[in-house]
Design a protein around this ligand. Structure first.
Ligand code: GLC
Length: 422
């Protein structure tokens, strides 16, 4: 008599080059918190707050140090010059080999990479470990976001190498044409992030308009400061809060934002509280949440966070944010969308939202319902786990076969998945 061995949890090695708490890393923490029947082991290429956060939440994590000069290489510099890229690739190879051997010892079923650098380094590492590779792409792979040569390389590799690519939005998916195995898994919110309905919020007086996000040209704090100067001409009591810190070497931009506030004579109306751990408390203290990215945002988690806390949103159209705030063109508006990089339009929308608090409350109410329905992290966890199981099945399970006219053919993957024990 043959017995079937009991199914064991799926083992996943997660790779990230950074241990800073950027958007993709916050999404990763929530994803790991909500996985079922999966043993995830995270390997970071540098040390930092992400490692501490994961440990505190009981997720196994270890650091395999990549030379800091390589871990922090600016993707713009590396991607623009083929020479720098080639030199970096040569310098990174010994690390990739060490990582590959380490992965072999860890013996995961799948290697899952969550940053562009980890995607690239993960290729030789997963190959050495002989494990299927899944890329989780949180950036739009597009020339308005990344250097063109890097875009070409990533698009080519995405088609050829990973067994599956997970992306954070349909907007990101559109930047990876021709990738056959691709799944959109929107980053989700966890139950403890949900806040009160708009009618139950205590609104600050005078009004406070805030932007939550790392201080970076891609987040558009400069556009908001310029819009703030316009808003203050009509609503002089309004306060602005730019909540977040500069990461990844973008301190010059942060200095430029402060200088602009000074030059416009509004330095006393714009607050810079720096990095704030309790984003929910900050959102609760806002009248309005602004998302000002001048280039299309890949997803825009903070927009979802504002929506589920009942905070009205003014955001720039484009990328994942359009998916979040205007999922249905014909439906009633969930917030205000403005063209990117247009401080006059941004100011007009902020004034409109502040001038009609009833309409702001109505839009925020609809936005909350919509986000609660569409973005729970349990959905993300299911979608990503399904990708992993599919990849493992494709690689390992005996596929049921059916007779075709020209002999035997494999059945579609979905059928194979059902016969897989994991
Ligand atoms: C990155 C993207 C951001 C997204 C986050 C989670 O930080 O820039 O748009 O919300 O990843 O996917």
């Amino acid at each position: 008599m043959t017995t079937t061995p009991p199914a064991r949890p799926l083992r996943v090695a997660v790779l990230d080059h950074t241990a800073a708490l950027g958007g993709a890393e916050l999404a990763l923490v929530r994803l790991l918190d909500h996985l079922e029947d999966v043993e995830a082991h995270t390997v970071l290429f540098s040390d930092g707050p992400l490692a501490a956060t994961l440990r505190a939440r009981g997720h196994p994590v270890e650091i395999l140090l990549l030379a800091p000069a390589l871990a922090t290489t600016d993707r713009h510099a590396a991607g623009r010059s083929p020479l720098v890229a080639a030199r970096n690739a040569a310098r990174v190879l010994p690390f990739a080999i060490r990582l590959g051997r380490h992965l072999r010892r860890l013996n995961p079923d799948v290697v899952h990479t969550t940053s562009l650098k980890a995607d690239l380094i993960g290729i030789p590492a997963a190959w050495i470990a002989r494990r299927p590779l899944v890329w989780h792409v949180h950036d739009r792979v597009s020339p308005d976001y990344l250097p063109a040569p890097l875009v070409r390389l990533l698009r080519l590799l995405a088609r050829l190498v990973p067994r599956h690519v997970v992306v954070n939005s349909a907007a990101t998916a559109a930047t990876l044409p021709g990738v056959r195995r691709l799944t959109v898994a929107h980053p989700g919110f966890s139950a403890e992030q949900v806040g009160p309905a708009p009618a139950e919020r205590n609104l600050p007086e005078p009004p406070v308009v805030g932007l939550v996000g790392r201080i970076s040209p891609t987040k558009g704090q400069l556009v908001l400061v310029r819009a703030a100067a316009r808003v203050l001409r009509e609503r002089p009591a309004v306060r602005f809060r730019l909540i977040g810190d500069a990461l990844f070497g973008e301190e010059d931009y942060a200095a430029a934002v402060r200088r602009e506030a000074g030059a416009l004579g509004i330095a006393d109306r714009v607050e810079f509280p720096g990095f704030v751990a309790d984003v929910a408390a900050e959102l609760d203290a806002l009248t309005l949440c602004v998302h000002a990215s001048p280039t299309p945002e890949p997803f825009g988690q903070v927009v979802v966070e504002a929506m589920i806390r009942g905070v009205p949103v003014v955001a720039t159209r484009g990328g994942g944010v359009t998916e979040i705030v205007a999922p249905d063109d014909a439906g009633p508006p969930l917030g205000w969308l403005v063209p990117p990089g247009d401080d006059a339009a941004l100011a007009a929308a902020i004034v409109a939202a502040l001038t009609d608090p009833d309409e702001a409350r109505r839009r925020a109410g609809r936005a909350r319902e919509s986000a609660l329905r569409r973005f729970p992290v349990t959905r993300t966890a299911e979608a990503v786990s399904e990708v992993w199981r599919g990849v493992v099945c494709r690689g390992r399970c005996r596929r049921p076969r059916r007779r075709g006219r020209r002999g035997r053919r494999a059945e579609p993957v979905r059928r194979a998945r059902r016969t897989c024990r994991r």
